[in-house]
Write a protein that binds this ligand. Structure first.
Ligand SMILES: [Zn+2]
Length: 137
């Protein structure tokens, strides 16, 4: 099943999103209360990415402890791939190679951009190299 941007913008039915101060400074998913909690200090791009991350947790359900690491990795990659299309990534990288500027242009936090770049599919990497070679020559 392919995750779409719409899937990551609104929590599942009966879930609420609460903004408050969290010790982690990021986000939390409380399955028992059907609540997604976002830290009140997040910037707009951080809040967008963190909300998408927690919504995906909510949709996928809780996993046993031994699967946490794999689940985090899967969610991180899915969020990055869904929020940053190859097309928008190419455009942003043609405009700047500064990771913070590119993240800002894409409306994501720098962590999400880093995950996207780290896990590009080989075909995406090839397309990116070709398209960027055209402008940097
Ligand atoms: Zn998580």
């Amino acid at each position: 099943m392919t995750t779409t941007i719409a899937d990551l913008e609104a929590p599942p039915p009966e879930w609420t999103v609460v903004v408050q101060r969290l010790p982690s400074g990021t986000g939390r998913c409380l399955w028992s209360a059907r609540q997604i909690i976002l830290d009140d200090r997040l910037t707009a791009p951080q809040a967008r990415c963190t909300l998408a991350h927690e919504i995906l947790h909510a949709r996928r359900g809780a996993v046993p402890q031994w699967q946490h690491e794999r689940e985090e990795s899967l969610i991180g990659q899915t969020v990055a791939r869904t929020l940053i299309s190859l097309e928008s990534l190419v455009h942003a990288l043609q405009w700047s190679t500064d990771i913070l500027e590119v993240a800002d242009e894409l409306g994501v936090d720098d962590h999400t951009l880093a995950v996207r770049l780290e896990h590009l599919h080989p075909s995406e990497q090839a397309a990116l190299n070709t398209r960027l070679a055209d402008v940097t020559r």
